[in-house]
Design a protein around this ligand. Structure first.
Ligand code: GLV
Ligand code: MN
Ligand code: MN
Ligand code: MN
Length: 403
Protein backbone atom coordinates (compact mmCIF):
# COMPACT_ATOMS: atom_id res chain seq x y z
CA UNK A 1 0.00 0.00 0.00
CA UNK A 2 1.17 3.49 -0.78
CA UNK A 3 2.48 4.82 2.54
CA UNK A 4 2.72 8.47 1.40
CA UNK A 5 -1.04 8.60 0.83
CA UNK A 6 -1.96 6.89 4.06
CA UNK A 7 0.50 9.05 6.03
CA UNK A 8 -1.13 12.22 4.75
CA UNK A 9 -4.58 10.82 5.61
CA UNK A 10 -3.47 9.95 9.15
CA UNK A 11 -1.87 13.35 9.60
CA UNK A 12 -5.08 15.09 8.49
CA UNK A 13 -7.15 12.94 10.85
CA UNK A 14 -4.72 13.91 13.58
CA UNK A 15 -5.29 17.61 12.85
CA UNK A 16 -9.04 17.04 13.05
CA UNK A 17 -8.72 15.23 16.36
CA UNK A 18 -8.77 18.74 17.89
CA UNK A 19 -11.72 20.13 15.91
CA UNK A 20 -14.98 19.74 17.75
CA UNK A 21 -13.38 17.70 20.52
CA UNK A 22 -15.66 17.56 23.58
CA UNK A 23 -15.29 16.42 27.18
CA UNK A 24 -15.14 13.76 28.44
CA UNK A 25 -14.66 12.23 24.99
CA UNK A 26 -15.73 12.40 21.36
CA UNK A 27 -16.58 15.08 18.82
CA UNK A 28 -19.49 17.42 18.33
CA UNK A 29 -19.62 19.42 15.13
CA UNK A 30 -23.19 20.37 14.46
CA UNK A 31 -23.95 22.00 11.16
CA UNK A 32 -22.99 25.71 11.06
CA UNK A 33 -21.59 25.85 14.63
CA UNK A 34 -18.10 27.23 15.33
CA UNK A 35 -16.34 23.88 15.26
CA UNK A 36 -18.10 22.92 12.04
CA UNK A 37 -16.89 26.19 10.48
CA UNK A 38 -13.38 25.42 11.72
CA UNK A 39 -13.65 21.97 10.14
CA UNK A 40 -14.77 23.22 6.73
CA UNK A 41 -12.00 25.86 6.75
CA UNK A 42 -9.38 23.27 7.66
CA UNK A 43 -10.71 21.01 4.88
CA UNK A 44 -10.39 23.89 2.40
CA UNK A 45 -6.82 24.60 3.57
CA UNK A 46 -5.83 20.98 3.14
CA UNK A 47 -7.35 20.94 -0.34
CA UNK A 48 -5.36 24.01 -1.31
CA UNK A 49 -2.16 22.36 -0.07
CA UNK A 50 -2.88 19.54 -2.54
CA UNK A 51 -3.13 22.17 -5.29
CA UNK A 52 -6.87 21.61 -5.71
CA UNK A 53 -9.34 24.30 -6.70
CA UNK A 54 -11.64 25.01 -3.74
CA UNK A 55 -15.17 26.40 -3.93
CA UNK A 56 -18.43 26.20 -2.00
CA UNK A 57 -22.18 26.47 -2.49
CA UNK A 58 -24.94 28.34 -0.65
CA UNK A 59 -25.47 25.45 1.77
CA UNK A 60 -21.85 25.43 2.97
CA UNK A 61 -20.89 22.30 1.07
CA UNK A 62 -17.17 22.66 0.31
CA UNK A 63 -15.71 21.22 -2.91
CA UNK A 64 -12.16 20.65 -4.19
CA UNK A 65 -11.62 20.01 -7.90
CA UNK A 66 -8.55 18.81 -9.76
CA UNK A 67 -9.10 21.48 -12.40
CA UNK A 68 -9.60 25.22 -12.22
CA UNK A 69 -11.77 25.10 -15.27
CA UNK A 70 -14.89 23.04 -14.60
CA UNK A 71 -17.45 24.96 -16.63
CA UNK A 72 -20.38 22.59 -16.97
CA UNK A 73 -18.35 19.44 -17.56
CA UNK A 74 -19.67 16.23 -16.02
CA UNK A 75 -17.54 15.36 -12.98
CA UNK A 76 -16.97 12.41 -10.68
CA UNK A 77 -17.77 13.48 -7.15
CA UNK A 78 -16.55 11.74 -3.99
CA UNK A 79 -16.74 12.64 -0.32
CA UNK A 80 -18.90 12.53 2.79
CA UNK A 81 -20.06 14.90 5.56
CA UNK A 82 -18.44 17.29 8.08
CA UNK A 83 -21.14 17.26 10.77
CA UNK A 84 -21.31 14.76 13.62
CA UNK A 85 -23.89 13.48 16.03
CA UNK A 86 -23.55 14.86 19.56
CA UNK A 87 -20.54 13.15 21.15
CA UNK A 88 -19.78 11.23 17.99
CA UNK A 89 -16.55 9.61 16.88
CA UNK A 90 -13.67 10.77 14.70
CA UNK A 91 -14.43 8.73 11.59
CA UNK A 92 -18.12 8.93 10.68
CA UNK A 93 -18.22 11.29 7.70
CA UNK A 94 -14.77 12.77 8.26
CA UNK A 95 -12.92 9.67 7.06
CA UNK A 96 -14.61 9.82 3.65
CA UNK A 97 -14.16 13.60 3.50
CA UNK A 98 -10.43 13.48 4.10
CA UNK A 99 -9.69 10.27 2.20
CA UNK A 100 -11.38 11.74 -0.89
CA UNK A 101 -9.17 14.82 -0.69
CA UNK A 102 -6.06 12.72 -0.29
CA UNK A 103 -7.01 10.37 -3.13
CA UNK A 104 -7.80 13.17 -5.59
CA UNK A 105 -4.82 15.27 -4.44
CA UNK A 106 -2.42 12.35 -4.78
CA UNK A 107 -3.71 11.34 -8.22
CA UNK A 108 -3.39 14.95 -9.33
CA UNK A 109 0.20 15.16 -8.02
CA UNK A 110 1.30 11.89 -9.56
CA UNK A 111 -0.75 11.75 -12.76
CA UNK A 112 -1.85 15.32 -13.47
CA UNK A 113 -5.26 16.23 -14.88
CA UNK A 114 -7.83 13.52 -15.45
CA UNK A 115 -10.04 12.92 -18.49
CA UNK A 116 -13.14 13.29 -16.35
CA UNK A 117 -12.67 15.99 -13.68
CA UNK A 118 -12.53 14.74 -10.09
CA UNK A 119 -14.18 16.71 -7.31
CA UNK A 120 -13.97 16.01 -3.58
CA UNK A 121 -16.80 17.20 -1.35
CA UNK A 122 -17.30 17.82 2.33
CA UNK A 123 -21.08 17.95 2.68
CA UNK A 124 -22.45 20.34 5.27
CA UNK A 125 -24.87 18.05 7.10
CA UNK A 126 -26.00 14.45 7.05
CA UNK A 127 -26.80 13.54 10.66
CA UNK A 128 -29.75 15.78 11.49
CA UNK A 129 -28.14 16.47 14.88
CA UNK A 130 -28.91 20.20 15.00
CA UNK A 131 -32.16 20.59 13.07
CA UNK A 132 -34.82 17.93 12.53
CA UNK A 133 -33.76 17.39 8.95
CA UNK A 134 -31.14 15.09 7.49
CA UNK A 135 -28.89 15.00 4.39
CA UNK A 136 -29.46 18.72 3.76
CA UNK A 137 -26.02 19.13 2.15
CA UNK A 138 -26.28 16.38 -0.43
CA UNK A 139 -29.97 17.14 -0.99
CA UNK A 140 -29.14 20.74 -1.80
CA UNK A 141 -26.33 19.70 -4.13
CA UNK A 142 -28.72 17.47 -6.07
CA UNK A 143 -31.68 19.85 -5.98
CA UNK A 144 -33.74 17.73 -3.57
CA UNK A 145 -33.68 20.12 -0.60
CA UNK A 146 -37.08 21.20 0.66
CA UNK A 147 -36.83 24.91 1.43
CA UNK A 148 -39.49 24.74 4.15
CA UNK A 149 -36.69 23.24 6.28
CA UNK A 150 -35.10 26.69 6.40
CA UNK A 151 -37.63 27.60 9.09
CA UNK A 152 -36.68 24.73 11.41
CA UNK A 153 -35.41 25.74 14.85
CA UNK A 154 -32.54 24.23 16.81
CA UNK A 155 -32.77 23.71 20.58
CA UNK A 156 -31.64 27.29 21.22
CA UNK A 157 -34.37 28.66 18.96
CA UNK A 158 -32.07 29.65 16.07
CA UNK A 159 -33.58 28.94 12.67
CA UNK A 160 -31.82 27.02 9.91
CA UNK A 161 -31.76 29.98 7.51
CA UNK A 162 -30.12 32.34 10.02
CA UNK A 163 -27.53 29.78 11.16
CA UNK A 164 -26.73 28.91 7.57
CA UNK A 165 -26.37 32.50 6.44
CA UNK A 166 -23.91 33.39 9.20
CA UNK A 167 -21.75 30.29 8.69
CA UNK A 168 -21.73 30.53 4.91
CA UNK A 169 -20.73 34.19 5.15
CA UNK A 170 -17.75 33.29 7.34
CA UNK A 171 -16.66 30.52 4.97
CA UNK A 172 -17.13 32.79 1.99
CA UNK A 173 -14.47 35.17 3.37
CA UNK A 174 -11.89 32.61 2.24
CA UNK A 175 -13.71 30.18 -0.07
CA UNK A 176 -15.16 31.31 -3.37
CA UNK A 177 -18.86 30.76 -4.01
CA UNK A 178 -20.00 28.86 -7.09
CA UNK A 179 -23.69 29.32 -7.71
CA UNK A 180 -23.90 26.94 -10.66
CA UNK A 181 -24.86 23.40 -9.61
CA UNK A 182 -22.26 20.73 -10.39
CA UNK A 183 -23.04 18.30 -13.16
CA UNK A 184 -22.23 14.99 -11.47
CA UNK A 185 -21.74 11.86 -13.55
CA UNK A 186 -20.98 9.43 -10.74
CA UNK A 187 -20.71 9.66 -6.95
CA UNK A 188 -18.50 7.56 -4.68
CA UNK A 189 -18.41 7.52 -0.89
CA UNK A 190 -15.90 5.85 1.38
CA UNK A 191 -17.11 5.31 4.95
CA UNK A 192 -16.49 3.23 8.04
CA UNK A 193 -19.00 0.40 8.26
CA UNK A 194 -20.39 1.59 11.64
CA UNK A 195 -21.50 -1.98 12.30
CA UNK A 196 -19.89 -5.31 13.25
CA UNK A 197 -20.16 -7.41 10.07
CA UNK A 198 -16.78 -6.87 8.33
CA UNK A 199 -14.80 -7.33 11.52
CA UNK A 200 -16.77 -10.40 12.57
CA UNK A 201 -16.10 -12.06 9.22
CA UNK A 202 -12.49 -10.91 9.02
CA UNK A 203 -13.13 -9.14 5.70
CA UNK A 204 -11.13 -6.04 4.74
CA UNK A 205 -13.51 -4.24 2.36
CA UNK A 206 -17.29 -4.02 2.07
CA UNK A 207 -18.72 -3.25 -1.36
CA UNK A 208 -22.07 -1.68 -0.55
CA UNK A 209 -25.04 -3.08 -2.44
CA UNK A 210 -27.82 -0.94 -0.96
CA UNK A 211 -28.81 1.36 1.90
CA UNK A 212 -31.86 0.94 4.10
CA UNK A 213 -34.72 3.35 3.94
CA UNK A 214 -35.01 5.60 6.93
CA UNK A 215 -38.09 7.08 8.55
CA UNK A 216 -37.78 9.40 11.51
CA UNK A 217 -40.79 10.54 13.52
CA UNK A 218 -41.28 13.01 16.32
CA UNK A 219 -44.22 12.00 18.45
CA UNK A 220 -45.78 14.61 20.74
CA UNK A 221 -47.99 13.54 23.61
CA UNK A 222 -50.02 16.30 25.20
CA UNK A 223 -51.25 16.30 28.79
CA UNK A 224 -51.75 18.95 31.47
CA UNK A 225 -48.93 20.26 33.65
CA UNK A 226 -49.96 20.69 37.26
CA UNK A 227 -48.82 20.48 40.88
CA UNK A 228 -47.29 17.11 41.81
CA UNK A 229 -48.56 17.27 45.39
CA UNK A 230 -52.05 18.68 45.14
CA UNK A 231 -53.44 16.91 42.07
CA UNK A 232 -55.08 13.57 42.98
CA UNK A 233 -53.88 10.59 40.96
CA UNK A 234 -57.27 10.08 39.31
CA UNK A 235 -57.55 13.74 38.28
CA UNK A 236 -54.31 14.04 36.30
CA UNK A 237 -53.53 14.10 32.64
CA UNK A 238 -49.87 13.06 32.85
CA UNK A 239 -48.24 13.22 29.41
CA UNK A 240 -45.31 11.04 30.47
CA UNK A 241 -47.54 8.29 31.75
CA UNK A 242 -49.39 8.31 28.43
CA UNK A 243 -46.12 8.45 26.49
CA UNK A 244 -44.79 5.52 28.48
CA UNK A 245 -47.82 3.41 27.54
CA UNK A 246 -47.55 4.49 23.89
CA UNK A 247 -43.84 3.66 23.78
CA UNK A 248 -44.49 0.23 25.26
CA UNK A 249 -47.14 -0.46 22.63
CA UNK A 250 -44.75 0.69 19.90
CA UNK A 251 -41.98 -1.60 21.18
CA UNK A 252 -44.39 -4.52 21.28
CA UNK A 253 -45.85 -3.92 17.81
CA UNK A 254 -42.58 -3.19 16.02
CA UNK A 255 -40.75 -6.15 17.56
CA UNK A 256 -43.08 -8.30 15.43
CA UNK A 257 -41.24 -7.27 12.25
CA UNK A 258 -38.36 -9.51 11.20
CA UNK A 259 -35.74 -7.11 9.87
CA UNK A 260 -37.02 -3.70 10.90
CA UNK A 261 -34.59 -1.74 13.08
CA UNK A 262 -36.25 0.83 15.30
CA UNK A 263 -35.04 3.12 18.05
CA UNK A 264 -36.62 5.55 20.47
CA UNK A 265 -33.51 7.61 21.13
CA UNK A 266 -34.74 11.01 22.24
CA UNK A 267 -37.19 11.89 24.96
CA UNK A 268 -38.04 15.43 26.00
CA UNK A 269 -40.29 16.00 28.98
CA UNK A 270 -41.87 19.41 29.58
CA UNK A 271 -41.40 21.20 31.84
CA UNK A 272 -38.98 18.49 33.11
CA UNK A 273 -39.29 19.47 36.74
CA UNK A 274 -39.40 17.04 39.67
CA UNK A 275 -42.55 18.39 41.31
CA UNK A 276 -44.58 19.16 38.19
CA UNK A 277 -46.78 16.64 36.37
CA UNK A 278 -45.45 16.45 32.81
CA UNK A 279 -47.62 18.53 30.48
CA UNK A 280 -46.00 17.47 27.25
CA UNK A 281 -43.62 14.76 26.06
CA UNK A 282 -41.87 14.63 22.71
CA UNK A 283 -40.03 11.50 21.68
CA UNK A 284 -38.34 10.32 18.51
CA UNK A 285 -38.79 7.08 16.62
CA UNK A 286 -36.18 6.08 14.03
CA UNK A 287 -37.14 3.14 11.76
CA UNK A 288 -34.99 1.47 9.08
CA UNK A 289 -35.61 -1.27 6.56
CA UNK A 290 -34.44 -2.23 3.07
CA UNK A 291 -38.08 -2.62 2.03
CA UNK A 292 -40.18 0.54 1.76
CA UNK A 293 -43.39 -1.49 2.20
CA UNK A 294 -42.20 -2.63 5.63
CA UNK A 295 -41.60 0.97 6.68
CA UNK A 296 -45.04 1.97 5.45
CA UNK A 297 -46.61 -0.90 7.38
CA UNK A 298 -44.67 0.00 10.55
CA UNK A 299 -45.79 3.62 10.21
CA UNK A 300 -49.41 2.49 9.87
CA UNK A 301 -49.11 0.52 13.12
CA UNK A 302 -47.58 3.48 14.94
CA UNK A 303 -50.39 5.70 13.65
CA UNK A 304 -53.01 3.31 14.92
CA UNK A 305 -51.35 3.08 18.36
CA UNK A 306 -51.33 6.87 18.54
CA UNK A 307 -54.80 7.33 17.07
CA UNK A 308 -57.09 7.71 20.08
CA UNK A 309 -55.11 10.11 22.24
CA UNK A 310 -53.87 13.70 22.18
CA UNK A 311 -50.88 12.68 20.13
CA UNK A 312 -49.31 14.27 17.06
CA UNK A 313 -46.96 12.53 14.66
CA UNK A 314 -44.49 14.54 12.63
CA UNK A 315 -42.48 12.74 9.95
CA UNK A 316 -39.11 14.51 9.95
CA UNK A 317 -37.18 12.17 7.67
CA UNK A 318 -38.49 9.82 5.03
CA UNK A 319 -35.79 8.53 2.69
CA UNK A 320 -36.40 5.56 0.46
CA UNK A 321 -34.13 2.52 0.44
CA UNK A 322 -31.54 2.75 -2.30
CA UNK A 323 -29.44 0.54 -4.55
CA UNK A 324 -25.87 1.22 -5.57
CA UNK A 325 -25.12 1.25 -9.32
CA UNK A 326 -24.12 -2.22 -10.63
CA UNK A 327 -21.28 -0.84 -12.79
CA UNK A 328 -19.76 0.98 -9.81
CA UNK A 329 -20.17 -2.08 -7.59
CA UNK A 330 -18.21 -4.00 -10.23
CA UNK A 331 -15.45 -1.38 -10.49
CA UNK A 332 -15.03 -1.11 -6.71
CA UNK A 333 -14.94 -4.90 -6.44
CA UNK A 334 -12.33 -5.12 -9.20
CA UNK A 335 -10.19 -2.48 -7.43
CA UNK A 336 -10.30 -4.41 -4.15
CA UNK A 337 -9.36 -7.62 -6.00
CA UNK A 338 -6.39 -5.95 -7.72
CA UNK A 339 -5.21 -4.75 -4.32
CA UNK A 340 -5.50 -8.31 -2.97
CA UNK A 341 -7.99 -7.24 -0.32
CA UNK A 342 -10.71 -9.59 0.89
CA UNK A 343 -14.18 -8.25 0.13
CA UNK A 344 -17.86 -8.89 0.57
CA UNK A 345 -21.11 -7.36 -0.61
CA UNK A 346 -22.83 -5.60 2.29
CA UNK A 347 -25.92 -3.49 2.85
CA UNK A 348 -25.90 -0.38 5.00
CA UNK A 349 -28.20 0.18 7.95
CA UNK A 350 -26.81 3.68 8.43
CA UNK A 351 -27.94 6.57 6.30
CA UNK A 352 -25.44 8.20 3.96
CA UNK A 353 -25.28 11.06 1.49
CA UNK A 354 -24.78 8.28 -1.07
CA UNK A 355 -28.36 7.30 -0.42
CA UNK A 356 -30.09 10.50 -1.47
CA UNK A 357 -27.60 11.04 -4.30
CA UNK A 358 -28.24 7.53 -5.67
CA UNK A 359 -31.87 8.48 -6.50
CA UNK A 360 -30.46 10.66 -9.27
CA UNK A 361 -26.88 9.71 -10.02
CA UNK A 362 -25.07 6.34 -10.31
CA UNK A 363 -23.50 5.87 -6.89
CA UNK A 364 -21.06 3.47 -5.25
CA UNK A 365 -19.95 3.01 -1.64
CA UNK A 366 -16.94 1.42 0.02
CA UNK A 367 -16.89 0.29 3.67
CA UNK A 368 -13.98 -0.55 5.95
CA UNK A 369 -14.28 -2.33 9.32
CA UNK A 370 -15.30 -0.59 12.54
CA UNK A 371 -13.64 -2.07 15.63
CA UNK A 372 -16.35 -3.71 17.74
CA UNK A 373 -18.94 -2.40 15.28
CA UNK A 374 -19.20 0.78 17.37
CA UNK A 375 -20.30 4.10 15.87
CA UNK A 376 -22.12 7.31 16.81
CA UNK A 377 -19.97 7.06 19.94
CA UNK A 378 -16.60 8.39 21.10
CA UNK A 379 -15.49 4.74 21.06
CA UNK A 380 -15.78 4.62 17.26
CA UNK A 381 -12.46 3.33 15.91
CA UNK A 382 -10.97 1.98 12.67
CA UNK A 383 -7.41 0.66 12.46
CA UNK A 384 -4.85 2.58 10.37
CA UNK A 385 -4.36 -0.42 8.11
CA UNK A 386 -8.08 -0.50 7.33
CA UNK A 387 -8.18 3.28 6.77
CA UNK A 388 -5.32 2.84 4.29
CA UNK A 389 -7.08 -0.07 2.57
CA UNK A 390 -10.23 1.96 2.00
CA UNK A 391 -8.21 4.87 0.68
CA UNK A 392 -6.41 2.54 -1.73
CA UNK A 393 -9.71 1.09 -3.02
CA UNK A 394 -11.15 4.58 -3.48
CA UNK A 395 -8.03 5.82 -5.23
CA UNK A 396 -7.82 2.80 -7.56
CA UNK A 397 -11.51 3.15 -8.41
CA UNK A 398 -11.17 6.87 -9.16
CA UNK A 399 -8.19 6.17 -11.37
CA UNK A 400 -10.15 3.57 -13.35
CA UNK A 401 -13.12 5.89 -13.76
CA UNK A 402 -11.42 9.21 -14.46
CA UNK A 403 -8.01 8.71 -16.07
C1 GLV B 1 -26.90 8.80 10.19
O1 GLV B 1 -25.69 8.62 10.22
C2 GLV B 1 -27.75 7.72 10.49
O2 GLV B 1 -27.66 6.69 9.80
O3 GLV B 1 -28.49 7.84 11.47
MN1 MN C 1 -21.78 9.22 8.12
MN1 MN D 1 -23.64 9.15 11.30
MN1 MN E 1 -24.82 8.48 8.43
Amino acid sequence: MDSVKSDSLLSLLNTFSEIGKVQPAGFTRKVYDDQWIRGQLEYADAAKRFGLNVFMDQMGNVFAANTADLNDQAVILTGSHMDTVEHGGLYDGLYGDLASLVAIGDLFTTMGSSTVPLVAVSFSEEEGSRFETTFSGSKFATDQFDRTNLALLDEQGTDFATAREAAVKTLNDVIQMRSQRLHVKEYLELHIEQGPVLEAHGVEVGVVSGITGQMRLLITVNGKANHAGTTPMDMRDDALQTANAVMNSIYKALHQFTDLRFTIGKLNVFPNVTNVIPGKVVFSLDMRDLDQAVLANALAQVRSICAHRAIDIDITTNVQPSRMAPELIATISQSAAELNLSQTAISSGAGHDAQVISYQIPTGMIFVPSVGGVSHSPREFTKSKDLANGLAVLSTTLKKLAY
